[in-house]
Design a protein around this ligand. Structure first.
Ligand code: SAJ
Length: 409
């Protein structure tokens, strides 16, 4: 009989991973506590959109993948449950993860391997997960091996990155690390680095903090260039011609569940030491308010008195995805709320439900009700429809609009 892999948590990471493993002929059960999500997957419908996911799903179904609400007795568990952070303490909230591994302990075999893919702050496995494994051994004599294989895929290009990105696997010994590598190398064509668990945990948050710092640098340059009266995009383009310089793009803020969250784990765990990391977070978090200031300036210069005549284009945290977690637009709306300002209009082609006030679902109606449009997200749709916004004042925070007379950050 083939060894069974039980993937726990069928979200943005767990689902593609489960489908990928099954598509390679492995025996896979995907488990999620959400009854509706599991029912949908059992009935042939995906729970989110991503290029190539449907094709992978069909292949996985052909190969007999199962979806369930219960934990299975398996040789390997891959855990990809949410690990949010506490907004006040800035520390990781490991409750879902602890709960998942606790449930695994109830059904696993002696010698099962539990691979955590969820992003966690360094030391989380030692503090919260290892005690579960130790108790299991003490109470029932069952050995549960632990490993950490932090996910690295980017929404919008997940399937491609799942196959081609290099990976890191942290484990307590080489034998377990090799065993996990054996499974991952069935679909991962990148290099797979083996290390200890804590280094693997830290590598993940360090990678995301690195990107956050780089974006913060670009955003700081926006503010400097505004005062210096220099075109920041031209400046970055030229600077990036240097062979060892690669400055990322400025924008209205940093969203998503990764880059805007993970650096806080280091700040929360190493206060006083994580200084650049903290500054970068503050700079990126200041951007939605900076956009509001730019809107205010442009309104005043152009005699627009009512904020109701302004529309925000884009609600998602970045282009061409339907994910709104920590999105700069939501941060900006929150900021307006704190200042008791309301009435700004919002539209996003990817968001079908009503999630904020004054949200439009039809592009034409949206643009016919405003005098000024603020491009918060550079979806392909708005690049295609530049002609349709020609009559409006445009504040382009993503540098995607090519027509003249556009206001920039
Ligand atoms: N952003 C900018 N300027 C840029 C690039 C991005 O303002 O030049 C903004 C985006 O608009 C977005 C935010 O930053 O609001 C984050 O977007 P992203 O595309 O940089 O990253 P994520 O959050 O979608 O995915 C990241 C990736 N990490 C790195 O590139 C180091 C991905 O590989 C990780 O798997 C993912 O975090 C994660 O789950 O940790």
């Amino acid at each position: 009989m083939k060894e069974l892999i039980n993937v726990i948590g069928l979200g943005y990471i767990g689902l593609p991973t489960a489908l990928m493993l099954a598509s390679k002929g492995l025996s896979v059960v995907g488990t999620d506590l959400n009854v509706e999500k599991v029912r949908q997957l059992q009935n042939g419908a995906l729970t989110f959109e991503e290029e190539g996911l449907k094709c992978l799903y069909n292949k996985a179904l052909e190969n007999g993948i199962k979806f369930s609400n219960v934990y299975e007795t398996a040789e390997m568990y891959i855990v990809a449950v949410p690990t949010p952070f506490n907004k006040f303490s800035k520390k990781v909230v490991a409750d879902y993860l602890i709960n998942a591994v606790g449930n695994i302990a109830k059904v696993c075999k002696n010698g099962s391997i539990v691979v955590v893919e969820s992003t966690i702050s360094p030391g989380t496995i030692e503090r919260f997960i290892r005690p579960i494994a130790e108790n299991l051994f003490e109470d029932e004599g069952k050995k549960m091996h632990l490993a950490h294989a932090p996910e690295r895929i980017i929404p919008g290009n997940m399937i491609n990155e799942l196959i081609h990105n290099n990976r890191t696997i942290g484990a307590d010994n080489l034998q377990i690390a090799q065993k996990v590598k054996g499974i991952y190398s069935m679909f991962c064509e990148g290099e797979i680095e083996l290390t200890d668990i804590k280094t693997a945990e830290m590598s993940k948050v360090v990678e995301n903090a690195y990107r956050d710092i780089n974006i913060a640098y670009a955003n700081e340059l926006v503010k400097i260039c505004k005062v210096a009266d220099v075109d920041v995009y031209e400046l970055i383009r030229i600077a990036n011609k240097h062979p060892r310089v690669n400055i990322l793009s400025p924008g209205p803020g940093v969203g998503g569940h990764c880059i805007s969250v993970d650096p806080w784990f280091l700040v929360g765990d190493y206060p006083g030491l994580a200084n650049i990391i903290l500054s970068a977070r503050k700079i990126n978090d200041s951007m939605p308010e900076y956009v509001l200031e730019r809107i205010d300036e442009i309104m005043a210069q152009n005699n627009i008195e009512l904020v109701e005549r302004v529309g925000l284009y884009g609600l998602t945290y970045k282009e061409n995805v339907d994910d709104i977690r920590e999105s700069p637009t939501l941060q900006l709306l929150d900021c307006m709320k704190r200042h008791l300002a309301k009435g700004i209009k919002v539209y996003d082609p990817y968001i079908k439900e009503d999630i904020v006030e004054n949200q439009y679902h039809d592009f034409e109606t949206f643009v016919s009700n405003i005098d000024m449009i603020v491009i918060m997200v550079g979806h392909d749709e708005i690049k295609r429809r530049q002609k349709d916004i020609d009559h409006l004042l445009i504040l382009d925070t993503r540098n995607v609009i090519t027509s003249k007379n556009v206001f920039k950050l």
